[in-house]
Design a protein around this ligand. Structure first.
Ligand code: NAI
Ligand code: MG
Length: 399
């Protein structure tokens, strides 16, 4: 069989270190692939005025599967001042390459798993009634609608006549906001479409069915945000009746969820939410299983087959220049495990997942975050594993 080609997009900062180590682990695990490097990130904004060059889009169009590290983005004044002098004043505007990639390829399904690794010192613990301590095992997949809602980009400051007049036709707008001078108005919309709500809800049901879970949790706020959150809940309830009678739909508001998940995180296995609430609830759960060194995500479009796998963390620029990289590569390695599963390489995926779990459980090799150290350049001297040493330990466990 022809080798698969993976578009590797290291991006900026620590993205490069974690992706390099991940490819080393993939090779050692016997995953046969060619890697073509896709340019993305701040570097390309500065050099070319485009943080996601067309050539990278073409690579993804052709090869479909991307492994992405992280990028740096900076405030508006820096986007202008760090642009190459010959490009300045020529009308280039910075945009987020991640959001652009999502929108260009319509990567509407985002999956964010939060799974406890036994022995991780960063695991959430809680007090028992008799004053002891227990460590609940967390096994949750968050399905986040990735293209719509509050991140859809339909927003205005000082809206024009047409927009303003349209809003004024809504009685609540004219009553509650009609007093506000137009130039002092900022409006961001939250748009849901039934098509994409149905797709994310269905993805959640399918996952629940595959794993044998009897419940999915819709994490929205339909009692207040009646139209959009209401649509998601209704779609889920109808789909349960029509297609998944053995799986019931639980309705938990996003605010209540952030409380429940530190009380009884083990009660949740499959959560589905819109873009913003999915972002929030996945970060909240990630905090219970070790945070940024462990949080991963997959985003894909089921029709085109384009899929991008990435850790949740950013480029951590302050660590990027250390002579020895100290950041934890597990989030990136676990993202690659999701990629392997997605493309049907579940045997190799399981092999890597087990190796990571063994290293964490054994506790001999721990990155600085797992040792609860401050990320100073001398952590390796103090006994923390470097990025490379962590990958080496995982490779040594591959069987
Ligand atoms: P960040 O995730 O880069 O770093 C925050 C802190 O988390 C770090 O200082 C470090 O203490 C810790 N951390 C992150 N990754 C880690 C790892 N693998 N192992 C151990 N510790 C880790 O977020 P920050 O500092 O807010 O943003 C830095 C840059 O990254 C910004 O330019 C931001 O725009 C960008 N960013 C990019 C993202 C992406 O590419 N998906 C996501 C979030 C931020
Ligand atoms: Mg987030």
């Amino acid at each position: 069989m022809a080798k698969r080609t993976i578009v590797s997009m290291p991006g900026d900062g620590i993205g490069k270190a974690v992706l390099n180590e991940t490819i080393r682990v993939l090779n050692a695990a016997g995953f046969e692939a060619n890697y073509v490097e896709g340019d993305i990130g701040w570097e390309f904004w500065c050099k070319e005025g485009n943080p996601l060059p067309d050539r990278t889009i073409k690579l993804l169009e052709e090869h479909k599967i991307g492994l992405f590290g992280a990028i740096t983005s900076k405030p508006k004044d820096k986007t202008a001042s760090e642009l190459a002098p010959e490009l300045q004043g020529k009308g280039y505007t910075y945009y987020s390459p991640i959001v652009t990639m999502r929108q260009h390829f319509n990567l509407d399904i985002c999956m964010r798993p939060c799974l406890t690794f036994t022995g991780n010192p960063l695991n959430f613990i809680r007090r028992t009634a008799d004053g002891g301590v227990e460590e609940p095992k967390i096994d949750v997949m968050i399905f986040r609608q990735n293209t719509e809602g509050l991140y859809g980009g339909v927003e205005w400051t000082n809206p024009n006549d047409q927009v303003y007049d349209a809003f004024m036709t809504h009685p609540k707008f004219s009553k509650n906001f009609g007093w506000c001078p137009r130039e002092e108005l900022a409006i961001s919309t939250r748009i849901f479409t039934k098509k994409y709500v149905t797709r994310i809800v269905e993805a959640a049901f399918e996952y629940a069915k595959k794993r044998g879970f009897k419940k999915i949790t819709v994490c929205e706020k339909p009692n207040v945000i009646r139209e959009t959150s209401g649509m998601m809940l209704k779609v889920a309830q109808e789909m349960s009746k029509a297609k998944y009678p053995d799986i019931w739909v639980e309705d938990v508001n996003i605010d209540a969820m952030t409380m429940w998940l530190t009380k009884n995180p083990e009660n949740y296995n499959v959560i589905v939410a819109g873009n913003m609430f999915g972002d929030i609830v996945s970060d909240a759960f990630a905090g219970l299983i070790g945070g940024l060194g462990f949080a991963t995500s997959a985003q894909f479009n089921p029709e085109s087959g384009v899929a991008v796998f990435e850790p949740t963390h950013g480029s951590a620029p302050k660590y990027a220049d250390y002579e020895t990289s100290i950041v934890n590569p597990i989030a990136m390695i676990s993202s690659a495990v999701m990629m392997l599963e997605h493309i049907g390489e579940s045997v190799i995926a399981e092999k890597i997942r087990k190796a990571v779990a063994e290293v964490v459980a054994e506790g001999k090799v721990r990155a600085y975050d797992m040792m609860k150290m401050k990320g100073t350049p001398d952590v390796v001297k103090q006994g923390a594993a470097s990025t490379t040493q962590m990958a080496d330990a995982i490779i040594a466990k591959l069987k």
